[in-house]
Design a protein. Structure first.
Length: 184
C-alpha cells in the first residue's frame, strides 16, 4: 500500500480490513473478530512499531545503479554563471525532483524536468527512480516533445546524469553534455 505511516494506516484500517477479509487476502488465522478488533484498537505508534521490521526488510536498496567515475565527471564540460547566455533554442537544463516528503524511505515518484534556457519551454515526466535506464528513457521521451532539437544537455553533478549510459545516449544523439556546480 506504499508504506503509509501509522497515522494513515489507523484511519484506513476500518476501510481496508473488511475488504481484505472479504477478498480472502487475510490469513484465516488472523481474520478472527478478536484479531480484527485488536488491529482496529492499535494506536498509530503501535502500528508503526509492528510494521517497522517489514518496512526495513522491503526497503529499497541501490535505487541508482550508477556511480560516476572521476574520469567521466572530468570529461564533461562545466557551465559557469558567467558564461554567455544561450541565444538559440535547444540548450536544456535537466534535474530530478523526489516527491518523498521528509524521508527517502519507501517508494515514491520522482520527476525528470527539462527546461530550454532560451524559450523557457519545460517538459516533465515521472520516473520510478534515478537509475540511468529511467533517465535515458524519459530524456528521450521528453526530447521528442520539444519543438526543436536538443543541442546542449546541462545538469547538476548527480550520478543520475553523470554516468556512462546517459553520456552514451547524448553522444548517440549528438547532444553536448555539460554540468553545473550545485549550490545544494
Amino acid at each position: 500500500m506504499g508504506f503509509p505511516c501509522g497515522k494513515y494506516v489507523k484511519v484506513m484500517v476500518p476501510l481496508w480490513l473488511p475488504t481484505m477479509v472479504e477478498a480472502g487476502d487475510v490469513d484465516k488465522r488472523f481474520a478472527t473478530a478478536e484479531a480484527l478488533a485488536a488491529v482496529g484498537a492499535m494506536s498509530a505508534a503501535t502500528i508503526d512499531r509492528y510494521l517497522q521490521p517489514a518496512r526495513h526488510q522491503m526497503r529499497l536498496r541501490g535505487i541508482s545503479t550508477t556511480t560516476p567515475a572521476p574520469v567521466l565527471r572530468n570529461s564533461i564540460g562545466l557551465s559557469k554563471a558567467g558564461d554567455a547566455s544561450a541565444t538559440a533554442p535547444g540548450v536544456i537544463e535537466a534535474d530530478t525532483v523526489a516527491h518523498c516528503g521528509p524521508t527517502l524511505v519507501g517508494e515514491f515518484v520522482r520527476t525528470l524536468t527539462m527546461t530550454d534556457m532560451v524559450t523557457g519551454w519545460t517538459e516533465n515526466q515521472s520516473i520510478r527512480n534515478n537509475a540511468s535506464r529511467w533517465i535515458v528513457h524519459s530524456a528521450g521521451e521528453l526530447a521528442r516533445r520539444f519543438p526543436f532539437p536538443l543541442r546542449v544537455f546541462d545538469s547538476d553533478n548527480g550520478s543520475e546524469f553523470i554516468n556512462h549510459r546517459v553520456s552514451a545516449w547524448l553522444q548517440q544523439h549528438d547532444i553536448e553534455q555539460t554540468r553545473s556546480v550545485s549550490n545544494d
